[in-house]
Design a protein around this ligand. Structure first.
Ligand code: FES
Length: 124
């Protein structure tokens, strides 16, 4: 069953990350972005993540970082399963396959006082 791909505008202030249906939506300095919600590493819910200083979405589990304009993982995970820490070779391996398996992106817009994720995929 599909869930509503929208949320009240008040739930997404500048700098916030939230869920709208299956999508993770981000308010990056007033610009809205929507990406798929499962981390390419171990499927953490990216809507529980955070926006960093560079405007990247950071996974809540092992800190993989994603470019919201391309969906690409720009920094690999720091750990796996319950371990959080340096894993240099593994980090590069995951980043390598995530280069191919980018996050999906969708158009997102303000409609009245709601934020609505649209149907068409964003071009790469
Ligand atoms: S699940 Fe996202 S970095 Fe590990």
């Amino acid at each position: 069953m599909a869930t509503d791909p929208s949320l009240p505008e008040s739930d997404l202030p500048v700098g916030a990350v939230a869920r709208a249906g299956e999508w993770t939506v981000v308010n990056r300095a007033g610009e809205l972005r929507a990406v798929s919600s499962r981390c390419r590493h171990q499927l953490a819910d990216l809507s529980k993540g955070a926006l960093d200083r560079d405007g990247c979405l950071v996974c809540p589990w092992h800190g993989a970082r994603y470019d919201l304009d391309s969906g690409e993982m720009v920094e690999g995970p720091q750990g796996f399963l319950a371990y959080v820490g340096r894993t240099p070779g593994y980090t590069q391996l995951v980043k390598g396959y995530a280069r191919v398996l980018r996050l999906r992106r969708r158009a997102v817009e303000r409609v009245g006082r709601r934020i609505v994720v649209g149907g068409a995929p964003e071009p790469r």
